[in-house]
Design a protein around this ligand. Structure first.
Ligand code: 16G
Length: 168
């Protein structure tokens, strides 16, 4: 039930009514031809991905049920993917064999700024994680994105988990 979401937007939008001619839905194979990969390249380095590579990765994701929730926003007028974010549901032994959510690869096209679409897709994924009984949802982001996430209820973990990585 996403109806609670509407009150947090001005003008009021929701996943079922994201704005004129827009739809929020799961990724599908046809999205390769609707600019999904080009959209991702506004987030980070993507490289050249052939349609075959895209479809193979789509298939291997689908083969892990209840794990990858790649969500997109399509502008049905231009048939272009203009926003995306992914929920990954990770299975755990801890917390009585709980699941934990990860919010990944949030991107909204430069051409669609100011329509609250980043906020909408983040809230959609967050509510989905809650609905799927994740005991928490986490993300990492650039400093400049922190206010967006804190405004939506995310908290910087104090004196605990630091984000660490090794790049290969
Ligand atoms: C950001 C993204 C992360 C993405 C990474 C790509 C969010 C909340 N965070 O940290 O999901 O995978 O950027 O950057 O969307 P990279 O190519 O440097 O790993």
């Amino acid at each position: 039930d996403f109806s609670q979401i509407k009150t947090k937007f001005d003008p009021p939008i929701s996943p079922s009514e994201p704005g004129e001619a827009l739809i929020v839905r799961p990724l599908c194979p046809a999205d390769y031809d609707k600019g999904f990969v080009q959209l991702l390249s506004q987030l980070t380095k993507v490289g050249n991905i052939s349609k075959d590579q895209f479809l193979r990765r789509y298939t291997t994701m689908k083969a892990c049920p209840n794990t990858y929730y790649v969500t997109v926003i399509e502008d049905t007028r231009s048939s272009h993917i203009v926003g995306s974010a992914t929920l990954i549901v990770e299975q755990k032994f801890i917390h009585e064999c709980a699941v934990r959510g990860r919010l990944e690869d949030v991107v909204v096209s430069d051409d669609y700024r100011g329509k609250q679409l980043g906020k909408l897709i983040i809230m959609t994924i967050t509510l989905l994680a809650q609905h799927l009984n994740c005991y928490k949802i986490t993300l990492d982001c650039k400093d400049r994105m922190i206010p967006l996430y804190t405004g939506l209820g995310y908290k910087l973990e104090q004196g605990g988990s630091n984000y660490m990585q090794i790049r290969f």
